[in-house]
Design a protein around this ligand. Structure first.
Ligand code: AMP
Length: 284
């Protein structure tokens, strides 16, 4: 496996694969890889001739008061994991390689104005812009995203459809720790007491998953899920919301495919979790 830092090098390698008629899978990440990322890379390796993983910590998706500088990084460990799974390239450009006084931003309207977009108003513009750039650099046949970031996945799907981007988007299930906590690079910020407290997110998610029903009032479910989190003194709810799975708009009655999502602070660490529910698919 090659660690590549320049756009030109990625392009040259992908060009050779293309000339040989081989397929390319792509997994965009911000590095500090864990089993959640590994599940995406494994799927990409299984479904493509070649796989590119990017580990670029994208500055434009962090707000001015967010954790860009503190965001955990470990290039050697990331490279070892990518190699062990069978990726061909780990693309880790410097910010200067990706951005030169940029004037263009990709914005998916409206879907941004819900859930995480309310407290992170520039976040999805940064995500959509860097993902568009990465798609233009890697030119994948298929790109893999986690359902852990369900709003991001919905926005990327809409961006790809609206802009006729010539690739397929695959969503992959949330990978959790044995005790239920969704795996996240940000879990490393948690003290032992906070790590224990963070289990209130998955407790609430599992409760919601077990109790959601067609025809139920969204507010009733949100309140019951919030009640589980407020019992935890270290937790502070940013939102617990039921929204339309495609548009991210609020719903009143659960009568269509929905996303049930939350953002909760445990101490200073902001964690997210979610599940999806489709009334047309019977519960497992
Ligand atoms: P990040 O490095 O946090 O930007 O995540 C890169 C990709 O990995 C995104 O598509 C995430 O949704 C996905 N991802 C992160 N954590 C998980 C997880 N626990 N399970 C599945 N996918 C995940």
């Amino acid at each position: 496996m090659k660690i590549v830092t320049t756009i030109a090098d990625v392009r040259a390698t992908v060009k050779a694969w293309r000339q040989a008629g081989e397929t390319v899978g792509f997994v965009p990440t911000m590095g500090f890889l864990h089993e959640g990322h590994a599940s995406l890379i494994s799927r990409a390796v299984a479904e493509n001739d070649h796989v590119v993983v990017s580990t670029f910590v994208n500055p434009t998706q962090f707000g001015p008061t967010e954790d860009l500088d503190a965001y955990p990084r470990d290039e050697a460990r990331d490279a070892a994991l990518c190699e062990s799974i069978g990726a061909d390239i780990m693309f880790r450009p410097d910010p200067a390689e990706m951005y030169d006084n940029p004037k263009v931003s990709v914005v998916v309207k409206d879907m941004n104005e819900h859930l995480c977009g309310l407290s992170r108003p520039i976040h999805f513009h940064g995500v959509c812009t860097v993902v568009t750039k990465l798609f233009n650099i890697v030119t994948p046949d298929t790109a893999y995203f986690g359902e852990k970031d369900a709003q991001q996945l919905a926005i990327i799907r809409k961006m790809v459809a609206d802009l006729n981007m010539p690739l397929k988007i695959v969503g992959c299930p949330i990978v959790r720790e044995a005790d239920g906590l969704a795996k996240s690079s940000r879990n490393t910020y948690l003290s032992p007491a906070e790590r224990e407290a963070a289990l209130c997110l998955s407790r609430s998610i599992f409760y919601g998953r077990d109790h959601i029903a067609v025809g139920m009032a969204a507010k009733e479910l949100e309140t019951a899920m919030e009640d589980i989190i407020v019992k935890e003194p270290l937790a502070k709810i940013e939102y617990v919301k039921v929204v339309d799975a495609l548009t991210m708009d609020d719903v009143t009655i659960i009568d269509r495919p929905v996303l049930v999502a939350m953002a909760v602070y445990i101490g200073k660490t902001r964690l997210i979790d979610n599940f999806s529910f489709d009334p047309n698919v019977s519960k497992q």
